[in-house]
Unconditional design. Structure first.
Length: 226
């Protein structure tokens, strides 16, 4: 019987080899993404630095958080954001990192909960505003992410994707997306995937601009993020 690691590697190979439709990202759209991200980092870098210092002074550990996420074609990349959890959260609450769900648990699964013990006091303030996500713009400049798209999945959840669900990985993940403006942390795992697939089917530049505008509204209202 194959080990869990071997099973995961097989799933990863299958996901990478999936026959994804070609992502249509024109030169003009890519230029817009880069210019938008550069402008955001240029004007907001003092805010990012202040938040980084606040996180560093608040709890032990780095201010910037890096994690493996799945991009287009289910390929892994380094995802950057400001740290909102305790640096030793995995050791303190290992049961929250098992990622072992039966069908009933998966149906009811919500990744974001309002009273997550892993979140630091600074994180409880940053998360509803989504300001911890500002370093994502560096991923956009690198080409790992788009401004709008499905949120990048963690590799541990890949075994729960199959069939049409894999279409989520046919486009670059986004800093924001349809799921983020349709419920954010209140959405279940499967509901989030449904919104991600709806975005993949409907995606257009005009649709992206609408989602960006709705994202700004949600951030101001601090709605749906924990």
């Amino acid at each position: 019987m194959a080990s869990p690691q071997m099973q995961y590697e097989l799933l990863q190979e299958q996901a990478v080899a999936y026959d994804y439709p070609k992502e249509r990202t024109g030169f003009a759209i890519r230029c817009f993404e880069i210019c938008f991200s550069l402008a955001a980092l240029f004007f907001l870098w003092p805010l990012i630095v202040m938040q980084w210092a606040w996180i560093r002074l608040g709890t032990p550990g780095p201010g910037l958080f890096r994690q493996r996420r799945l991009g287009r074609g289910a390929e892994c990349f380094s995802f950057f954001k400001l740290r909102t959890m305790y640096v030793d959260a995995r050791q303190r609450w290992p049961e929250l990192y098992a990622y072992d769900y039966n069908p009933t648990e998966l149906e009811q699964l919500h990744f974001k909960v309002e009273r997550d013990p892993r979140v630091t006091p600074q994180g409880h303030w940053l998360r509803p505003s989504s300001l911890d996500e500002l370093p994502n713009f560096w991923n956009v400049i690198k080409g790992d992410m788009a401004l709008v798209g499905p949120r990048p999945e963690i590799p541990e959840m890949l075994p729960y994707y199959s069939g049409e669900m894999l279409l989520k990985f046919s486009v670059r993940p986004g800093v924001t997306g349809l799921a983020q403006v349709s419920g954010r942390g209140r959405l279940s795992f499967f509901r989030t995937v449904e919104y991600d697939l709806e975005y993949v089917r409907k995606r257009s530049f005009r649709f992206d601009l609408r989602i960006i505008w709705l994202t700004i509204v949600k951030m101001v209202c601090r709605d749906g993020a924990f």
